[in-house]
Design a protein around this ligand. Structure first.
Ligand code: G6P
Length: 613
């Protein structure tokens, strides 16, 4: 949610580098974009524009219009103030000496703004971020030391932030600060960076430093220095990113989402294979002991969006394997619900980005209450990964499309691994069942590839149904859990109204919405309840629904007798079936959105990393 970048270069022109970085981070927000460059004669040049980055690229001729080797940039997902030119970042202080980009929300900005207005400061935007630029000028005028001024500002503001700041008095340095919003520092051969995400700078360097909350960094072309909130120098560890720029590029595909859907078999393999040794799940990264596992009385799975849907699948699987109550709660609800957490509660937070603010807050609340936390995360070094007691990384690689695919399916695989691991520790699973699930988990990538080798019918059905204005996904048990994600995929990228219902609930209300021609996506991949799923298909057919069914190869023939269209996937162990069943639903959503001419990788109003509440 908003992406920031900054570069202090030795000789290289900064503007094209900033614009390239912003393009790679556009998934974080695309309401407006802007850059500020310090050029000779102490001048800060700012260019910003409402709309996609392309507008800014055109406006600056790809950055050629701004000369200088030091600068900052921003891509915005609007929170305070409508998306327009004035509210776009960077924000400039009144005398033009300070430029600032911000990701996050300043909660007490109105109080500060009121105070500054009384002092005669004029504002040009409606944003909370401009208030920080103006406050910074005020403090800088007092102390004439930028680092000191930033320290003073941070003591006055409340909320979340990652800042990038340049000042006309400092020709070589940019300043960065973070609290509750992601920010990394990158050390490159031709200069040094700040960025919200590795993706923005991976082309230039894989040597990164993760900033912690409360830290301030001073970055020049030659040096990167980090200070704590008392401005005392901090020694920081360097990390080497283990993927390269090609992983974050489209590589000839029309959309990142399509590429990422196709990458799922490999991503699952990378997540699962290193953790299975001699027929057992081995989780070296997890310190959770058998003794602690034995004392777990209650398990929460807490997450947002698709990660929450992964949790819903996880609940069905874990309750079956662990015989312990598992509650799945939306992170935004969990944090304010006075959850019943004590030292015998295991709280699983699931987050692809590891930066989702509500999930982060839920994790902190769980820790505050004495619970044990385990994060399932895709981004190494992200805030959630660093704060949880244990972390299990999904090795999906960078995910760029706003609508997740490989992020979600590797979360399912990670939940299967931890579920098996805990069931084994607890002795709640029969050896035969353990072995069967484990074997099928390892076979998942191959089975997924089998479906992906021939998905033409899914593409065809998308072209047949893309004009429907409303769709219902129905299923029972794990099919219902999978339907939640299938429905979200469709609505977020194609803008078609869609709902997922537990089939058994249909007759308690929703069936009244079924009329001749209504499209129902009936999910019948979960073997134990297939016959019941069929009865629901018959019910909606009887009311005139058009039924597109997703089932397994084994049930295909039966399903074809009733449904209008059938897609089948290979069969696996019932608890793993959603990992295969979700793929046609992702592709269906993709092709429907394509037919409707939607902006698939950047759907309207959404952002990938939601770092505001
Ligand atoms: C956003 C993304 C979703 C994602 C959700 C949670 O809404 O568009 O794809 O599922 O955030 O993100 P997380 O990074 O915590 O998994």
């Amino acid at each position: 949610m908003c992406g920031i970048i900054g570069f202090a270069g030795k000789e290289m022109q900064v503007a094209p580098i900033l614009l390239d970085g912003l393009e790679r981070m556009e998934y974080r927000g695309y309401d407006s974009a802007g850059i500020a460059v310090r050029s000779g004669e102490r001048r800060l040049q700012v260019k910003k524009a409402k709309g996609r980055l392309q507008v800014l690229l055109d406006l600056t001729h790809g950055g050629a219009d701004l000369e200088g080797t030091l600068g900052i940039g921003h891509t915005r997902w609007a929170t305070h103030g409508e998306p327009n030119d004035a509210n776009a970042h960077p924000h400039i202080s009144e005398n033009g000496s300070i430029a600032l980009v911000h990701n996050g929300i300043i909660e007490n900005y109105l109080d500060i703004k009121e105070h500054l207005v009384k002092l005669g400061v004029h504002f040009t935007s409606d944003t909370d971020s401009e208030v920080v630029a103006q406050l910074l000028e005020y403090h800088y005028n007092e102390c004439r030391n930028m680092l000191e001024a930033v320290g003073r500002v941070l003591r006055r503001i409340e909320g979340s932030y990652a800042f990038g700041i340049i000042c006309s008095d400092y020709p070589n340095a940019l300043i960065a600060a973070r609290k509750d919003s992601p920010l990394i520092l990158g050390r490159g051969e031709n200069g040094n960076f700040i960025a919200s995400d590795v993706t923005a700078i991976i082309k230039h360097t894989r040597d990164v430093i993760y900033m912690d909350d409360g830290e301030i960094a001073v970055v020049t072309a030659e040096s990167v220095d980090v200070f704590d909130d008392e401005l005392i120098p901090v020694h920081k560890k360097h990390h080497k990113v283990d993927w390269d720029v090609s992983a974050a590029e489209k590589g000839g595909y029309a959309h990142f989402m399509f590429k990422e859907i196709l990458e799922q078999p490999e991503a699952i393999q990378k997540t699962v294979s290193p953790r299975i040794r001699n027929g057992r799940v081995v989780l070296d990264d997890i310190k959770l002991t058998a003794e602690y596992a034995g004392e777990i009385s209650h398990i929460y799975m807490v997450a947002c969006g698709s990660a929450y849907h992964a949790g819903v699948v996880g609940k069905y699987v874990w309750e079956r394997l662990l015989r312990r109550p598992v509650e799945v709660v939306l992170a935004s609800e969990f944090r304010y619900s006075q959850p019943l957490v004590d030292e015998h509660t295991l709280v699983i937070t699931i987050s692809q980005s590891g930066e989702t603010l509500d999930t982060m807050a839920a994790l902190r609340e769980a820790k505050r209450l004495g619970g044990r936390t385990l994060a399932i995360c895709n981004v190494v070094g992200s805030s959630i990964a660093r704060e949880a007691d244990d972390v299990l990384y999904t090795w999906a690689g960078p995910e760029i499309a706003v609508a997740t695919s490989k992020g979600y399916s590797t979360q399912l695989a990670a939940l299967d691994l931890v579920g098996l691991y805990l069931a084994d520790l607890l002795g709640t699973i029969e050896p035969a069942e353990y072995n069967a699930i484990l074997a099928e988990l390892q076979a998942l990538p191959e089975k997924m590839r089998r479906y992906l080798a021939d998905y033409e019918s899914t593409q065809y059905f998308a072209s047949r149904y893309f004009n429907h204005s409303s769709v219902f996904f129905i299923g029972r048990n794990l099919d219902y859990a999978m339907g939640l994600e299938g429905s979200l995929k469709l609505k977020e990228i194609s803008y078609i109204h869609s709902e997922a219902y537990a089939s058994g609930e249909l007759k308690h209300g929703t069936i009244s919405l079924i009329e001749p021609g209504t499209l129902v996506v009936a999910l019948g991949t979960y073997g134990p309840l297939f016959d019941k799923a069929m009865s629901n298909v018959v019910e909606v057919k009887a009311r005139g629904a058009e039924v597109l069914a997703v089932t397994t190869e084994a049930f295909r023939e039966k399903m074809e007798k009733t449904a209008d269209a059938v897609i089948s996937v290979p069969e696996t162990h019932p608890v793993l079936q959603p990992s295969l069943g979700i793929v046609p639903l992702q592709l269906f959503a993709y092709y429907v959105a394509l037919q409707r001419g939607c902006d698939i990788d950047k759907p309207r109003n959404l952002a990938k990393s939601v770092t505001v509440e």
